[in-house]
Ligand binder design. Structure first.
Ligand code: ADP
Ligand code: MG
Length: 285
């Protein structure tokens, strides 16, 4: 073994102790590269440090992403805005900066099934993770079930404290299943706790006017919306289901089976909040 190899091993050991994990692997190649390019000491040091910082960032993002429990991983970049012209790409790109999280603003993505609400929610969630924000993804049904269980076991307070911690809480699919009075009350408590403390992103196939029915109580629905909408961006998506488009492409739908107009479907959102419900809301879209 040459003296150089021994020295490299020693440095790698020191790097290991400092938890500079990428550098441990890359050191021999980096040293070779540096001598080939005849790098200045300062350039070499900068290169080495920025590699490790990039690796740490990747590790943190991966950890945050795993903790968020997304149902799948789809990015904003892979969203086809041309297919859904009712969405202003500028609004989504602005949301993708995640300023709304720092400002503890909320997002409501409304629209009929298949138009990309969950895709966009996950895409924004991934951005949040990459920026280091603690993020949690849950379905409305899952969230209400969790809150109910905690309530029944006398652990509601504990659970609410935990659910306030993520900087971004994504609640997918409000409106697919009716929520009973207790569920609505528990959800209201959560929204109140997070109010101006942490951002919430909600997707719903129901128009906001339909939320009274979803929560089985107009008063509580209005109270929930009052807090959610105070600082919020509402994105109304109107258009065809991407799933149906894919099916049609695959020849699974015939021409005689046209798309139903999603806006008029019984399970769809007309997505125009009543003036009463958006009173005082800072609507940006
Ligand atoms: P929703 O939550 O509104 O019911 P999803 O987000 O689950 O719809 O979208 C259904 C499927 O179609 C997903 O696989 C999603 O990635 C895809 N999809 C929807 N809209 C688009 C789009 N505009 N560009 C790319 N993929 C899309
Ligand atoms: Mg969805």
């Amino acid at each position: 073994m040459t003296t150089l190899t021994v020295q490299i091993e020693r440095i790698q050991e020191q790097m290991q102790r400092l938890r500079l994990l990428r550098l441990v692997d890359e050191l021999p190649a980096l040293l070779q590269e540096a001598s080939k390019k005849d790098l200045a000491y300062s350039d070499f040091l900068e290169e080495v440090l920025s590699r490790e910082i990039a690796a740490k960032h990747e590790r943190h993002t991966a950890m945050k992403t795993a903790m968020a429990r997304f149902p799948f991983q789809k990015t904003i970049e892979s969203f086809d805005f041309k297919f859904q012209p009712s969405i202003d790409p500028k609004v989504i790109k602005d949301l993708a900066t995640c300023r709304f999280i720092a400002d503890t603003d909320n997002i409501l993505l409304l629209g009929p099934p298949g138009v990309g609400k969950t895709h966009l929610a996950v895409g924004l969630g991934l951005k949040a993770c990459a920026l280091g924000y603690r993020t949690a993804f849950t379905t409305a049904a899952g969230l209400i079930a969790t809150l109910m269980r905690a309530h029944n076991e006398g652990r509601l307070e504990e659970k609410l404290k935990l659910l306030v911690q993520p900087k971004l809480l994504i609640v997918d699919e409000i409106g697919y299943l009716p929520i009973d009075r207790l569920g609505a009350n528990l959800f209201f408590q959560l929204v109140s706790r997070r109010y101006e403390r942490g951002a919430i992103l909600i997707t719903s196939n129901q128009s906001l006017t339909g939320w009274g029915e979803v929560f089985g109580d107009r008063v509580i629905a209005t109270a929930i919306l009052d807090r959610l909408l105070h600082h919020s961006t509402i994105v109304n998506i109107k258009g065809e289901s991407y799933r149906l488009k894919e099916k049609r492409k695959a020849g699974l739908l015939t021409r005689s089976e046209p798309f139903t107009d999603p806006v008029r479907r019984s399970d769809s959102a007309e997505n125009t909040p009543t003036p009463e419900l958006v009173l005082g809301a800072d609507r940006r879209s």
